[in-house]
Write a protein that binds this ligand. Structure first.
Ligand SMILES: Cc1cc2nc3c(=O)[nH]c(=O)nc-3n(C[C@H](O)[C@H](O)[C@H](O)COP(=O)(O)OP(=O)(O)OC[C@H]3O[C@@H](n4cnc5c(N)ncnc54)[C@H](O)[C@@H]3O)c2cc1C
Length: 431
């Protein structure tokens, strides 16, 4: 890995087209050369960095934030992710951390009748559950493993603002850090910078938007020691209301689901009305709903669903949420991001080592991943339109559609939601 300290203002950019967003005249402090520059240290970015580093590729991972601590960014690891992490011997380490295991997702109708929607204990996996673990802890464990390789470099507090392009080929990025501007030049740049991806915009890659009819307000409520063990994740249907409660071992994470764009209306009705609605959906929480005292304790997730038509252009590949934003239905965004990284690691390591990355390699990553993304988004759309929106638009008690109840009790068919959540349909398989 070569790192050249330039400390100059007027570096020659004769062959370089910069999509400029950095302050004009900001000093370019360093230019570094690497094999693969990954932008964004979320699940997709850290996993790809680890997978490439262990194959010997020089990797630089740039992350805008200075740490991984962020509330409400998704705290689930599904069986596919755990099976991949097990290949690195990391699951034992993760299991030592504070976590909960969710073995089934349950739908509970207004009258209290329950139907299992996904039952992970039926999977033939050493990890037949969804692990609820703070995402920051998971990212730290993966990064610590990557740091064992001398060819891996992580820069925190590095916000990428520009692509470096030459003759229509992306050759790297420029990022702002506290001290000024730095450039990373790479054989391949990978954008894993999430749902508001700057790289996606800079590259002019257009998403197909399928949209979503709902938003989710997330907040936490205390969990008491005598709350039932292994409660898992339960969707509670009320009269025109719906929420999901997820057991996080030391607290309940609650997602209160509202029609798209109705957050202002929810706030207008006020916190007492929200608390009453939550208490009606989950009476066993009792006085604990009173701990929700301020809207700032929660976070609105505007639900989106889209996917890029093309995940790549010469020298650049987008993965994870940057390539496809999925709805939170089923909690699969992290899994899809990790599976993208697994496939990208499988396909790209050799060409990166040989220094002959071509667009066909990038196309191959998209081809291998896009069906899984499409299938998941299709299933989420069906669930959102035929169950979620139906539940939110009724004033009378909600009962599951008979056909759905039948499907969830039919051998083989009943395993479809389980497999979609666990593997995004089928596991990518680390080579
Ligand atoms: C409130 C909420 C709850 C969720 N709950 C779940 C859940 O329970 N289960 C689930 O599976 N999914 C959940 N998701 C979705 C899940 O978080 C994402 O699908 C997943 O994190 C995508 O991973 P990623 O690596 O593609 O992107 P991200 O996790 O979004 O990571 C992107 C990273 O890039 C960094 N970055 C952004 N811009 C730049 C830049 N210009 N320069 C450098 N770095 C940059 C960001 O700081 C971030 O660290 C939830 C999402 C939200 C918002």
């Amino acid at each position: 890995m070569v790192s050249i300290n330039l400390c100059l203002r007027g570096v020659s950019l004769a062959t370089t087209v910069i999509t400029s967003k950095l302050p004009a005249g900001a000093p370019l402090l360093t230019i570094e050369e690497t094999g693969c520059c990954i932008v964004g240290a979320g699940p997709a970015g850290v996993m790809l960095a680890l997978l490439l580093a262990r194959r010997g590729v020089d990797v630089t991972l740039l992350e805008a934030h200075r740490d991984f601590e962020r509330e409400f960014r998704g705290n689930t690891l599904n069986p596919a992710a755990l099976e991949t992490l097990a290949r690195f011997g990391l699951v034992a380490e993760l299991l030592k951390l504070d976590h909960a295991k969710v073995r089934r997702f349950v739908l509970q109708e207004t009258g209290g009748r329950r139907e299992t929607f996904a039952d992970f204990s039926r999977l033939r996996s050493p990890y037949p559950y969804v692990m609820m673990l703070q995402q920051a802890r998971f990212l730290e464990v993966v990064v610590a493993e990557a740091e064992r390789y001398p060819n891996f470099r992580l820069v925190m507090g590095a916000r990428v603002r520009e692509l470096v392009e030459e003759g229509g080929v992306v050759r790297g990025v420029r990022y702002g850090a506290g001290d000024g501007v730095h450039e990373v030049r790479a054989g391949l740049t990978v954008g894993t910078d999430g749902r508001f991806s700057r790289l996606r915009k800079l590259a002019g890659l257009e998403p197909e938007v399928s949209g979503s009819p709902m938003d989710v307000f997330w907040f936490n409520l205390p969990r008491l020691p005598d709350d039932p063990e292994g409660a898992g994740a339960v969707f509670r249907f009320g009269r025109g209301s719906l929420m999901v409660m997820m057991d996080h071992s030391d607290h309940w994470q609650v997602g209160y689901i509202i029609p798209k764009g109705h957050y202002a209306r929810l706030k207008e009705r006020g916190l007492p009305a929200l608390r009453r609605s939550v208490a009606a959906l989950a009476p066993e929480l009792g006085a604990r709903v009173e701990t929700l005292e301020d809207w700032g304790q929660g976070s609105l997730l505007p639900v989106d669903s889209d996917r890029l038509r093309r995940w790549h252009k010469p020298g650049l590949l987008l993965l994870g949420d940057a390539a496809h934003v999925v709805s939170p239905v089923g909690g699969v965004g992290i899994n899809l991001a990790i599976e993208d990284a697994v496939v990208a690691g499988n396909v790209l390591a050799d060409p990166l080592l040989k220094g002959n990355i071509r667009e066909r390699h990038l196309r191959s990553v998209q081809r291998r991943r896009s069906l899984s993304v499409r299938v998941v988004q299709y299933a989420q759309n069906v669930a959102q339109r035929h169950v979620v929106m139906d539940a939110l638009s009724r004033e009378e008690p909600f009962e599951l559609p008979r056909l759905l109840r039948l499907l969830l009790r039919t051998p083989l068919l009943r395993d479809v939601p389980t497999r979609l959540i666990a593997y995004g349909g089928w596991p990518a398989g680390l080579e």
